[in-house]
Ligand binder design. Structure first.
Ligand code: PLP
Length: 371
């Protein structure tokens, strides 16, 4: 193939040539020029959520999960009690992190095809006063459900509980406004809807709780309080920064701003999602979710019922046409996922649907109709 395959995945994503080219230079971590890039990225990130007054943003090396772990260990006291609103795989991961960090953790289960319920949360908080923090996954990338951030934040604020939001796959695409939505921490990463490359996460921490976080983390590398204090003092990262990732993110953010910011990104992803779902339905496929809970980020489709269908072969046949899909992440039903995010538009989504049609044909599967 003469060009890279298009990644229809929840990250890493397809990036623009401009973003890739930004990585063709070596930077010294000490150098003032590089520190200016870091400062600019941090300012831009805060602007995206209108958090300049209320929040600090702390970048951290590693994939998004590293930043979730860092947020838990930095923000939650070691005798704290975390309630995870669980409607999917990323929720379970957040709970596992909490438990491994030695925090008491309770899972509140919801169906994986439904949004979590703010009224159920309200009842749980009323019944159990030992809960100190609530963890919400904004877009549960496991199935693609959009959870009700504002309503959950309102309940947490009413009960004066700390809210930690994993907004990894929603940040920069779905509106998040720190002036309206109360949260203690919100986590996202470079390689998702900002369309940078993977390799760093960042955590918005409410300034009012930041001082209280000193000395709380039992991990040195994951201590966001220290990372923040050092960065404020020196302008530098505490340990070796992922320099190429940071400059690529700065370039990706510049393009994000030029294109019209979050509303424009949401419009493009929504259009991608609509093109995908309409095209796949025409091939007989059925989305796993109802439109009312479907985020325009990633779509889960039920596997075709036809006996010739096999995900691995289907994947290979689509890949041969230049499109990389993603396996399903549900335990009860067989599914596969197609992402709508990255530096792609409806034209690429229509081509992806065409590739799926050809892949079905290769496998001798007459229709995407599930059982
Ligand atoms: C991508 C993602 C993460 C982080 O996953 P990594 O593989 O560590 O980058 C966490 N939560 C959600 C909801 C995600 O979509």
């Amino acid at each position: 193939m003469s060009h890279d395959a298009i990644l229809l995945t929840p990250g890493p994503l397809t990036t623009t040539l401009r973003t890739k080219l930004a990585m063709l230079r070596d930077w010294g971590s000490w150098d003032v020029e590089f520190n200016q890039v870091t400062a600019r990225v941090r300012r831009s990130l805060l602007q995206i959520i209108h958090g300049e007054d209320s929040h600090a943003v702390v970048p951290l090396q590693g994939s998004g999960t590293f930043s979730i772990e860092a947020a838990v260990t930095t923000l939650v006291p070691q005798n704290g009690h975390i309630l995870v609103l669980d409607n999917g795989a990323y929720c379970k991961r957040a709970a596992k992190i909490s438990t491994m960090m030695g925090r008491r953790c309770t899972l509140m289960p919801f169906a994986d095809h439904e949004a979590v319920s703010p009224s159920a949360l309200q009842q749980q908080l009323a019944a159990d006063s030992s809960i100190t923090h609530v963890v919400l996954i904004h877009c549960e990338t496991g199935a693609g459900v959009l959870n009700p951030l504002q309503a959950v934040a309102d309940v947490c604020a009413a009960f004066k509980k700390g809210l930690i939001v994993d907004a990894m796959s929603s940040f920069a695409a779905i509106e998040i406004d720190a002036r309206k939505t109360h949260f203690d921490a919100l986590i996202a990463a470079s390689g998702k809807c900002l369309e940078g490359v993977a390799g760093m996460g960042f955590v918005f921490i409410r300034k009012a709780v930041l001082d209280g976080c000193a000395g709380q983390s039992q991990s040195l590398a994951m201590d966001l309080y220290d990372q923040h204090a050092y960065m404020e003092k020196t302008g530098q990262w505490r340990f070796t920064p992922p320099t190429h990732v940071v400059v690529a993110l700065a370039e990706a953010i510049a393009q994000f701003e030029e294109a019209g910011g979050q509303p424009a990104r949401l419009a493009r992803y929504t259009s991608n999602c609509q093109t995908l779902i309409a095209g796949m339905k025409a091939l007989g496929f059925k989305p796993f979710l109802e439109p009312s809970v479907q985020a325009p980020i990633i779509v889960t489709f039920l596997a075709p019922a036809h006996p010739n269908y096999e995900f691995r072969r289907f994947y290979d046949a689509a890949k041969a046409r230049g499109f990389i899909m993603y396996p399903g992440k549900l335990t009860q039903v067989e599914t596969f996922r197609v992402g709508c995010i990255g530096a792609i538009g409806p034209v690429e989504m229509a081509q992806a649907v065409h590739a799926v049609a050809l892949a079905l044909n290769d496998l001798g599967v007459a229709s995407g109709e599930p059982g």
